[in-house]
Design a protein around this ligand. Sequence first.
Ligand code: SAM
Length: 248
Amino acid sequence: AGTLFVVATPIGNLGDLSPRALDTLRGVAAICAEDTRHTRQLLAHYGVEQSLVALHEHNEAGLAERIVARLQAGESLALVSDAGTPLVSDPGFRVVAAARAAGLRVSPIPGPSALIAALSVAGLPSDRFAFEGFLPAKAGARRERLARLAGEARTLIFYESSHRIDETLADAVAAFGPDRPAAIARELTKLFETVLDGSLAALHARVVADADQRKGEFVLLIQGITDEADAQLAEGRRVYAKLIEHLP
Ligand code: SAM
């Protein structure tokens, strides 16, 4: 049987594709890609011609069966997403689960991921962290999620897009308090790479004041609770948040 290679690709700078990733993408029978046009561009940069299979969230379950059949027939395949590591806030989970359930070999070709890149430069405690992916788009659900995280001791990591970074920071100030240390890693490995750190309130003020700081792709990192006093403060806020839900 063939192997399913889960291949990390650059999060901006094309030079971050590893030599082993390139060899793997060249060597497999086909590449399952989130967006075939996007992956075609990456491959063109390296002069690679390959057959691509589109992997959308809505076809992932059906596609998983076909991929398993091809692997069982002896073909090796690669799985990539548009940027970074597949399955990390990206498609691929069903395909990997199906391949493993079928007893097939699934092998990682590790490389960039925005969350790890951001954590490695944020200057926040990194021994324990919790990746929360994207927050809910709706304000109510987002605030509720943040309120539930206010007591977390680990560094929290979120993905965010340019059109919500302002609101998300405002909601984070409300949930964690203005003084909580945090960082924003923007456009990592790209031309306008910026890593800002400071209190949540200071970061929010900076993003509000400077439209450039609202452009691009973001990772938001928020330090966890560090001592007992903070924990009590967070508990107070959590109870308060619950109480105001029930006010007319
Ligand atoms: N699979 C990817 C990974 O391993 O990082 C993440 C895919 S997710 C759909 C895209 C989000 O990742 C963006 O909205 C942003 O929050 C974050 N991201 C991706 N590239 C980034 C970059 N160069 N700088 C900062 N954040 C980035």
